[in-house]
Ligand binder design. Sequence first.
Ligand SMILES: C=CC1=C(C)c2cc3[nH]c(cc4nc(cc5[nH]c(cc1n2)c(C)c5CCC(=O)O)C(CCC(=O)O)=C4C)c(C)c3C=C
Ligand SMILES: [Fe+2]
Ligand SMILES: [Fe+2]
Length: 326
Amino acid sequence: MLGILVTNLGTPDAPTPKALRRYLAEFLWDRRVVDVPRPLWWLILNGFILRTRPRRSAASYRKVWTEEGSPLMAISRRQTDKIRTELSARLRREVPVVLGMRYGNPSIAKALEELHGQGVDRLLVLPLYPQYSGSTTASTLDAIAAAVRRQRDVPGLRFIRDYHTDSGYLDAMAASILEAREGRPAAQRLLFSFHGTPLRFRSEGDPYYQQCLTTARGIAERLALKSAEWQVVFQSRFGREEWLRPYADETLVRLPGEGIKSVDVVCPGFSADCLETLEEIAEENRHLFLSAGGESYHYIPALNDRSDHIKALAGLIERNVCSWLD
Ligand SMILES: C=CC1=C(C)c2cc3[nH]c(cc4nc(cc5[nH]c(cc1n2)c(C)c5CCC(=O)O)C(CCC(=O)O)=C4C)c(C)c3C=C
Ligand SMILES: [Fe+2]
Ligand SMILES: [Fe+2]
């Protein structure tokens, strides 16, 4: 039987220092995310980072936490349910579609157990990262490999590596931007803000940077934007190393001085709103821009569970499993 594993990064169980410590310890111990040699990184992580960051991050999470819990979790659950409904209607059969998170709960191992229990022997994995990065997509594959390591009977496996040029995804992005701009003049500049990675990952062969640029160009073309009307920036730096440039925060502080007083910011790399969009982009960076002389700042939400997004994802799955159907 066919089954679908939908994955995303994962989020803490609660906006508390204790829950953050557990989440960050798992996340930041992943070599795909931080590749500092182990004995040294163990000392830095346990001696410094996990002593200070959990408290600070918990305070940030508290600002965006909802009655349904972490935004990333609530939205991921809605996406999974809607993908199941859409896909089952398209394929005219009940298709198990289960959510697994790379870090925290529900884990990928638990999701795979659930799918196995439902008799799934052909498994398609859809990580909800439109752009491939070793630190996210490949790390998801590592977790799947680790989970099936002790199974005698491993399912047939397909893995959607990225969908950064998928027309359903790009069309939905363009439509969401047009809708957000309805009834008001478009900002002078549209910023496409992607999560950053260390610059070194790029020189080591990670195609993430190029995929971000390609996605942004695809959306800008659909909106018929001129080159001065849009730009790509990278957010959410961590640590002292140089990350992909230009940095979102520095750019937003500089733009008012260059005469750009109104911006729209959209984050096409985040399939669901989360801490990094709702707190960092919609709040912190808004404040930076307005304090530097900016006059108008609009954050355009992620695609979340919009129906065109769900249809695009279901279409992507359908095309990847068609040879598995009888
Ligand atoms: C330490 C290095 C990090 C790399 C490399 C990195 C890459 C990366 N991350 C995402 C998506 C998300 N990251 C999120 C939170 C987050 N990211 C890092 C660090 C790195 N990310 C940290 C420490 C955190 C936790 C929050 C904090 O303490 O600052 C999230 C949000 C999770 C949520 O619960 O809402 C997402 C989503 C991508 C796409 C990516 C590489 C391309
Ligand atoms: Fe991150
Ligand atoms: Fe952040």
